[in-house]
Write a protein that binds this ligand. Sequence first.
Ligand SMILES: Cc1ncc(COP(=O)(O)O)c(C=O)c1O
Length: 472
Amino acid sequence: MDLPPSAAPLRALPAECLPPAVLAAVQAWPAGEQTSAYFYDLSVAARNAAALRACLPTWAEICYAVKANGFPPVLDALLAGPARLAAGSAEPSGQPGRGHPGGVDGFEVSSVREAGLAQAAYDRAGAVGPRRLVASGPAKSVALLTALAQSDGAVVNVESVGELRRLDAVAARLGRRVDVAVRVNPARVDLAGSLQMGGRPSAFGIPEPEVPAVLELAAGLAHVDVIGFHVHAVSANLDAAAHLGYVRWCLDFAVRTASAAGVDLRLVDMGGGFGVPFEPDRRGEVPFDLARFGDGLAELRIPPGVRAIFEPGRLLVADCGWYAAQVIDVKRSYGTDFVVLRGGIHHFALPTSWEIVHNFAVVPRSGQVVAATATPEAALEPPGTELPEKDLSDNELPDTDGRPVTVVGELCTPEDTLARDVTVGPVRPGDAVVFPMAGAYGYEFALADFLSHPRPHRIVLDAGGDQVRTAG
Ligand SMILES: Cc1ncc(COP(=O)(O)O)c(C=O)c1O
């Protein structure tokens, strides 16, 4: 784990650039809640799903990658789509797929718990009929394989020969035949982005040259039915033209390889990997061009009866979440100013693990710094009492105005650093530091247990924006 890069000469975002609902919620956040929180605007997630759907041809489906954010209200919003979310409608959606106006068609899952979260979202939506689940990830447990084998509409993206055999054995025990997509690690991947999972040695998928042999093996297994292929090679790609080239390759590979092996091709799952701009200021990043991507897809022809799946995570939820942590201390050490948060990488590890400059806003708050209060997730923290006075007088605080600060968390490791050398205005204990673009791989991706601090709250912003409800 490296520290986030120096942001100099970047300035912090102005508090006013936060959506009014977020700003109001952070300002109204009780001073007694001396912890941190994720705030979510569900309408943003639903709109993102609709925007992606609007650019996709009818042969394409969206299976949201639950690993990006498995918070139940977020799953509900994505399944509902914007119109139903706004209407607050819980009426049964009918068949998954085109039955979800603007929302996603299903979910990509990697664990028993994620599969359970997805099923619970379907239950709440009143979905009937087969439920679209696709499952990826190395070392899938027998419990997960069993749950998938029992679920109509599930497709297992098989990562290895060992997993193929395990799945066949699990399905045999249940007396079922399971739909399988062989996950392919292409010999070459021409996509920029991070977290490369393909085009190089990796634990993910089957190396491209070995796929024909695996298909031959699968043909001899009675309880798996290979219906197609899965490729997820990269994350955070912002280049729509390159993504189109990747899609062309996936479709071409699938058609060619299925035909050579005598596989009845019904599915091509092309994974996620659509990026979002984290550093528009510093690196001039621009959003993934969905319109261009859609225009390119519209020109592609795929064989009748073949379904294509995309598994976006980040694209759908990154901008629906804000991570906010209360400032506990401001101190100067050998000339460097530190803003110390009640929070850190155990809540929000993106900036450190991705080594990005993740800019933030400081929201001034009149609340006093108080001792910890118990939260539902924080049974180990004793209930606290409010401190009657600020514990630092103004002249004991370093004046941060116009100076670069390093923002650190509450863990006993220098790695607990969320931002370095960001120029700020005045920052005082009790203020909140708010990171936008924290809806994907935020709460889920953090290494929660180091030092056993409380987990952050997860708060859903009401549509009106002036009220909040804690929902998890
Ligand atoms: C198999 C698979 N599908 C989809 C995703 C979602 O990726 P992204 O959030 O980059 O769209 C991931 C992320 O790691 C993944 O491993």
